[in-house]
Write a protein that binds this ligand. Sequence first.
Ligand code: H53
Length: 821
Amino acid sequence: MATAIKKPLTAAQFKKKVLQHLNFTSSQTDYQQDPTAVLRAVCLTVNEVVYEKLTETNQYHKEHKSRSINYLSLEYLMGRMLSNNLHNLDLFDVAQKAVANLGFEIEDIFEEGHDLALGNGGLGRLAACFLDSLATMDFNAVGYGIHYEHGLFKQQFHQGRQIETPDEWREYGNPWEVCRPEAVQNIPLFGHVETIANTDGSVKKVWHSGQTIKGVPWDVPIVGYNSKTVNVLRLWESRASSHFDWEQFNSGDYQDAHSAQNHAETISKVLYPNDETDAGKELRFIQQYFFCACSVKDIIKRYSQQHGNDWSQFADKVAIQLNDTHPTIAILELMRTLIDEYDFAWLDAFAMCRKVFAYTNHTLLPEALEKWSVDLFNKVLPRHLELLFSINEYFLNEEVSKMWPGNDQMRRRLSLIEEGETQMVRMAHLCVVTSFKVNGVAQIHSDLVKSDLFPEFDQLYPEKLTNVTNGVTPRRWLKACNPELSKLLDSKVKVDWAKDLSSLSSVAKFADDEKFQQKFMAIKHNNKIKLAEEILASTGVEVSPDAIFDVQIKRLHEYKRQHLSFMHILALYRRLLADPDYDMHPRVYIFGAKAAPGYYLAKEIIYAINKVADKVNNDDRIKGKLKVVFMPNYRVTLAEKIIPAADVSEQISTAGKEASGTGNMKLALNGAVTIGTLDGANVEIAEEVGDDNIFIFGNTVDDIKALEANGYNPYDYYNNDEEIKACLDWLHTDYFTPGKPGELSAIAHSLLDGGDPYRLLADFADYAKANIALDKAYKDKARWARMAIINTAKMGKFTSDRSIQDYVDNIWKLTPMSSQG
Ligand code: H53
């Protein structure tokens, strides 16, 4: 084991502090009945250690004037914080003992905590993993985001249909955040731009805003694992700048006095629940601007505290990473600030932006590539729009036309403005033009960014487009969520694998060791027993831990193809009905997924899975060989329970559609075997584990292109595959929805008359075949154990520490705390 940083508290000291907080912070002496109060007291105790480290971290970086990375993301899917903070501070055992002494199990205390669900899916969770790695690796980093009053909605099922209810994560306060009134920012918006002629013939632009909103920062400390660092996630809450119009109030106009405040506070009210679709709403645009403006002002303030008005080092000290196009307006805001407030010449300001910003692209899906109307821009940010046009002019004249002289078509294609009935701003183009690096999130995705999405930009800026494959933090996604497996790995690996995940590769040599296999699989079995209890509690369905636990957990989206496994479930059910002795190992399909509230087909897929589950789970004829459960309210905390218990990881997106995926990494790390397409990070997972330890099926990106070039016709599959036909026809009957025929027809329609946009039918037969191979492999216990062990052992590449090191080496050029002397 690497030398651990000394434990900051003993169990006795910890307990004493918890009691002090119960007495003097909460006045709760009857704590035996109040685990929530105990949770709060434990958090406050942990915070004493955390804030001391935070102060030390800040002091160090001030003294060393360290370069910082500023991660701008509209989403952070943090999950619960306590267990992770305890692990990272090496206080887990101490807290466990202390809490036991007070009469509680630590796990029950964790259960009192709320998820910080300030994100939708992969992108937000990636941001959370990156913050963990940055702190663990002692880099100077700040995460910036929005302090949503309501995070991602809670999901319930009513008669199989998704019902959304608001997330009240901080209704009674959040022990992990602290308000920083000293860092409040005032944010102008709306209004008009005045052009003032200077005496030297130049002009000065003055933006007279129509409204000012206050941005109030809340800091959430980010604790590194076994490191010196505590960084900060700074989340902006919007408030009215002058709290209340007293005159209006006194004149009896109470409603109106409130309305300005209400309007301002609406901005940070709620997270938009769309993953990979552009909401296109004015409020969303204002959210983006609001958090960008607050963050840019904060970054400049922090810089000025060290360097005064000397801008010469700004680009050496500050890097800003744009997480997708959502924070693009930060570029325009920095331009505006430099020119209008610090008198920069246009070219100097533009050059500065090009040295500071880098952009991560997370998707090729057209519906996720943001565009905002010029009209909206003009209304909300008239000065920013002027600057955008000036950048476009420079870009088209100085770069595009020089590279492709006289090529108007190219100018139109690359312009930051899409011409049409309404002019639209292409946010991704602005990012590419103004960033010094642009990265995709898995090798295949980055290749497609170059070849299909931005080929001309790649020609224009040959070194700009690059790859950084995603990763996940092994602290949360193995050490904390799978303690038994972690202990087993501790016994075999002599270094701290949680900080050096590639060291797990040494476990591969035990893959054929019978005793090790038994231990490994016994742990999996125990985790399955625990998950079975959770499934029973949340769905009422009894499942056997001896069955294959086949897991598909991710946002509900057609391209992720939950309906492909749904179709396969129908096929298995049919086979079993035709022959109750059909040879298959019992399998439990476990789904977890939220659908965007406005995404009709996604909700229909949830409904259909729930309806088929009802039927299958209660059909004695199939002797319990097939079970289907849809666990409600999928979130980080639920993922932490499902992942350690998974045998099979479903990663079955249409090739070319899933940029990376990160659930695929978490599941494999915990010993699940992947069945998947050659898409996103699956490709690299396959490279690491080897073909024998993964089930790859289906059309590749090139196959799909060829299919489409020949004119894809889903009816070819329907007419030629008896199983496909029978399953699709089944959906029109009332077999699963008694008395209501056609209730599940939407899926069949989309796959046939809808053109099967995600080419599900083209992959069905090969998927079914791969499942037969998987079933056979599972029946061979030693073979399966070997596969599971190899998956865990070979996940070293997919730690987010490696991703961060790639960003640091190739993009951010940071030096960690310890190396700065
Ligand atoms: O980002 C993940 C990828 C995943 C991709 C996801 C994502 C969102 O969650 C939201 C918007 C977006 O453009 C992309 O779908 O493949 O793993 C992190 O990179």
